[in-house]
Design a protein around this ligand. Structure first.
Ligand code: HEC
Length: 112
């Protein structure tokens, strides 16, 4: 009987753990994607796009804080935008997973 009881107990624990990770995973995965997207942006996009709060000069592209503040900039818009190169950004390609991470990063900026 004690055996059955501990069996039930550990079964319970597994269930609890499973349901916890069910809730925790999407949020954590989202956070990780945001971080990865930020790294991609820092590596590939900062040559042209000024950092938030920096002055926009004639030879630089807008800060992301301004880009994401434009009405209608939702997930679909960013995904569509990143599908194509934008002038003069024609010199490099992002992998699909990098584009997805960049979209998560840009959307995270909208939450602030
Ligand atoms: C070689 C310079 C250059 C690089 C590198 C660059 N951009 Fe841009 N980007 C621009 C310019 C210039 C504009 C503004 C003109 C335009 O809208 O096409 C712009 C505009 C944008 C816009 C907004 C367009 C709009 O209509 O508001 C987004 C989003 C964007 N870039 C994302 C990125 C991302 C993400 C990267 C890196 C993966 C990147 N850019 C790298 C030059 C660049």
């Amino acid at each position: 009987m004690p055996k059955l009881k501990s069996c039930l107990m550990s079964g319970c624990l597994v269930l609890v753990a499973a349901s916890l990770s069910l809730f925790a995973t999407p949020a954590l995965a989202g956070k990780a994607a945001v971080k990865r997207g930020e790294r991609v942006v820092n590596e590939w996009c900062r040559d042209c796009h000024v950092r938030d709060g920096a002055d926009l000069t004639a030879d630089m592209a807008p800060a992301y804080a301004d880009i994401v503040a434009v009405p209608g900039r939702d997930r679909a818009w960013f995904e569509k935008f990143l599908e194509d190169d934008h002038f003069p950004m024609t010199t490099f390609r992002l992998f699909e997973h990098e584009k997805a991470d960049v979209v998560e990063y840009l959307l995270s900026l909208q939450e602030h």
